[in-house]
Design a protein around this ligand. Structure first.
Ligand code: MN
Length: 306
């Protein structure tokens, strides 16, 4: 089909979509998930720096997602729940169940610790867990936790759109951001072509979670992340029946970050200090109620030059 949006002069053109196949990784006690970012070829899309797709999975009786106490710095963890229920607890004393259609947003800043557990009897789980890097001027901010029980949802062109972060089509998501970003969940019960306007100042990626999406004559299936780049005014998406995709974008993040284990920071030295603080039970990473005996140890630092 003909794309309804011309590519802006200086744009990367319609054939420059980069296909990144998410790799399997393990979360907590043996739960296999798919991780689309970071990869060697691409680290970030805007400030989105970590994209985990959890499930969809049906647990055997007594099984579930159980992630013991672990620390974070200089990032926000962004959990978008599609199916199932997870209990979040953190070192600020937050205790919050997240249910389908809701977002949990934890701002680590200077340092926070949390646990995540399936509720007993919750046999299904489907979620996206994303990280957002904080710009350096906010990296040391006080930690915070916010639960968003409802987000802007609307129907257009036969699809249901939920705005998870940022602004789109006159809607504004309530989620607290520290850099210009967008997160948009799109479901299509039938085969549909959805014409979406894009901000040419943002770079974008599309992560299919279920079904498939066609764009620029290429088809992307579940966990095949399509990095679109910047300078696009819009895109036409051919959505398969029953599909669900995430559109993620933002202003290109112009600061170099270091990611190691559950830490984001701006130098290896800062990461090493955080790891040392976690290992030595420093007050910066306080206890989480209910996490007794479930404290995750990091692997040794992978570098020796500081
Ligand atoms: Mn975490």
């Amino acid at each position: 089909m003909t794309a309804p949006f011309p590519t802006a002069p200086g744009g990367t053109g319609p054939t420059a979509v980069e296909r990144i196949t998410a790799r399997a990784a393990e979360l907590g006690e043996g739960l296999v998930i798919h991780r689309a970012l970071p990869t060697r070829q691409r680290r970030m899309v805007g400030a989105w720096c970590f994209l985990d797709h959890i499930g969809p999975v049906t647990f055997a009786a007594g099984q579930g997602m159980h992630v013991g106490a672990h620390p974070h710095t200089c990032l926000q963890t962004f959990t978008w729940m599609i199916e199932g229920e997870i209990l979040h607890r953190d070192s600020l004393g937050s205790e919050q169940i997240i249910r389908p259609g809701q977002v949990n947003l934890m701002t680590a800043g200077h340092g926070i610790v949390h646990t995540e557990d399936s509720l007993p009897g919750a046999s299904r789980l489907h979620a996206a867990q994303l990280w957002i890097a904080l710009p350096s001027r906010f990296a040391d901010c006080a930690p915070a936790f916010e639960h968003y029980p409802s987000l802007p949802v609307w129907t257009e062109q036969g699809c249901t759109l939920t705005l998870l972060a940022g602004r789109h089509a006159g809607y504004a998501a309530p989620t607290r951001l520290y850099s210009p970003l967008i997160g948009l969940d799109i479901t299509s019960p039938q085969a549909n072509t959805l014409a979406l306007p894009l901000n040419p100042a943002f770079e974008y990626g599309i992560l299919p979670l279920e079904g498939s999406v066609g764009m620029h004559s290429e088809c992307y299936g579940p966990d095949e992340f399509a990095y679109l780049g910047a300078h696009h005014n819009g895109i036409a998406l051919d959505l398969s029946p029953g599909s669900r995709i995430l559109l993620l974008g933002g202003e290109p993040f112009n600061e170099g970050i270091v990611m190691w284990w559950n830490f984001v920071d701006f130098s290896r030295q800062a990461i090493a200090r955080s790891q040392q603080a976690w290992e030595s039970l420093a007050p910066r990473f306080g206890p989480v109620a209910g996490a007794e005996g479930r404290r995750i140890a990091p692997p040794p630092l992978p570098w020796t030059d500081g």
